[in-house]
Design a protein around this ligand. Structure first.
Ligand code: HEC
Ligand code: HEC
Length: 265
């Protein structure tokens, strides 16, 4: 059993260096099948070509978590709990091998990532006041998601969209999807019986009460029976759009800065 499973793999491993030398890395049948599997199962998050979207760009020579083939296998098999990477149910060992081979092949021909300048992007980040709502390395406001590791978990196109059109990328429908940062940030608008209006992000809700945090980071708790009006604003974002605020080159600088945020050094 083990032998029949390992033999073709050993063959592929033996072939890869030769194929690479001949600049024909895609020649192994294995990788082609892996590509199809990838496009079907992974493409919607990692981009059809693996360059990233809601999930990170995988066309990098070194992956942050999937440092070797073993950890790559484990990530595909088990997912990354609570971080929006689902585990794959029902996959044969052969398919797993094919996917691993394909993801590795992406890293051997890395695509040009952002053309921007991360340092200039960092200055733009400061100038636009992004830090009033986001924490990076412990600094900033906690209204929006922590961005300390955002470059490790999201691809460039997603990062660009996050500040050019935040509302457009919110998931449709109402049920919060675990791990999708965005859907955890549901805007709520309330008017109290004495006419006070508060808009903020839902922190917690039960049948009788709702807790929210406004953009000034103030915490509010209301009894629903005390409210004159209470709306959950699905599909809206309390993050302002920055479309039209920057030149195309500056947009790319900001993307490059966000992509460079990969956790503590
Ligand atoms: C629902 C979206 C989604 C799907 C589907 C998905 N992923 Fe992911 N994946 C993510 C997210 C989000 C992360 C980043 C998690 C984090 O923050 O570390 C990730 C991380 C990874 C990583 C780690 C990257 C690194 O830098 O170490 C690998 C490898 C990976 N995914 C491979 C795959 C493969 C292969 C498939 C298909 C079998 C797949 N993913 C399907 C969302 C997804
Ligand atoms: C008024 C507060 C506020 C400001 C200012 C703000 N954001 Fe956001 N941001 C949010 C909120 C809230 C979310 C969560 C998603 C949503 O509701 O749209 C978010 C989401 C994001 C995400 C996606 C995070 C993830 O986990 O997927 C990125 C990236 C981001 N913002 C970057 C920026 C950048 C860059 C700037 C400055 C140009 C900025 N934000 C300014 C509130 C803000």
């Amino acid at each position: 059993m083990i032998l029949t499973r390992c033999a073709p793999l050993a063959l592929v491993l033996a072939l890869v260096p030769a194929a690479q030398a001949a600049h024909a890395g895609q020649a192994a049948v294995d990788v082609g099948e892996g590509k199809k599997l990838f496009q079907g199962m992974c493409g919607r998050c990692h981009g059809i070509d693996g360059t990233g979207d809601e999930g990170p760009n995988l066309a990098r020579p070194t992956l942050t978590r999937a440092t070797d083939d073993e950890s790559l296998r484990a990530i595909i098999r088990d997912g990354i709990a609570d971080r929006g990477m689902p585990r794959v149910r029902r996959m044969t060992d052969t398919e797993l091998d094919q996917l691993v081979a394909y993801v590795r092949s992406l890293g051997r021909s890395p695509t040009a990532t952002s053309t921007g300048n991360a340092q200039r992007g960092g200055e733009i980040y400061t100038r636009l006041g992004c830090a009033s709502c986001h924490i990076v390395q412990g600094q900033g406001g906690s209204f929006g998601p922590d961005l300390t590791e955002i470059g490790a978990s999201r691809g460039p196109s997603y990062l660009r969209q996050s500040f050019l059109g935040p509302a457009e990328m919110l998931p449709q429908g109402s049920s919060p999807v675990p791990g999708r940062g965005f859907s955890e940030y549901l805007p709520v608008h309330v008017v109290t019986s004495d006419g006070r209006e508060v808009r903020g992000i839902r922190i917690n809700e039960d049948p009788f009460t709702i807790q929210l945090r406004d953009t000034n980071n103030r915490f509010h708790s209301f009894r629903k029976s005390d409210l004159k009006q209470f709306d959950k604003e699905f599909g809206k974002s309390l993050m302002p759009s920055f479309r039209g605020r920057l030149s195309d080159a500056e947009n790319e600088d900001l993307v490059a800065y966000l992509a460079s945020l990969r956790g503590a050094k």
